[in-house]
Design a protein around this ligand. Sequence first.
Ligand SMILES: [Zn+2]
Length: 202
Amino acid sequence: MIPFELTEPNKFDVSDAEKFSEYSVRINYCQKTEVYSKDGFRFYGCISVVHQDKEIVLNVFKHATEHDLAVLESYITKIQNGFWNSFPWESKTGSNGVQFDQVTLGSKGDAITLEIYPCTEKHCVSFGKHHLIEPMEYEFGPIHSADFQIGEKYRLTVFKPHHEEWLIDVSVGGPLTATEAASFNSDLAWLTAEVKKMNGVS
Ligand SMILES: [Zn+2]
């Protein structure tokens, strides 16, 4: 990609871009393509527009940050608002024969903010989306969360350090009545069974 500048669209560009309101936007977390630097720029993603499928695919490179994603999303808004001709598009044909237009995007300067870590943990509330982690923690991965919180005086949370199994965190906010303790007991028993299943233990 060459550096480019956005120039204000004319009315024809804007009316042509109305078609994009019918295009879906999908984020694809690249597993192989990593962020790279070249000629003073840091490249962290590319946008592919598949006209025949009416789809805009935002490919986020591995190790891209939250800020990078926000910039990429702002470019999609620009495309939808008529700036199509500002971008140095390349016409490509996929291995399946589908044609698409693509532009690789980056900025000057170093990475800022947290890194994006795509979540592939099916029980996690972020499954199919992503976590944000410190760049230094990439090899450890994120803490996944399964969002179980029960009871007025107690809280049971299910979470999973990336390379470990699902765990239960218990916090009790003060003394429980016998009734509350019984309820806590049965919730914990139920949750224990769920977590065993999540860990593939029956
Ligand atoms: Zn997760």
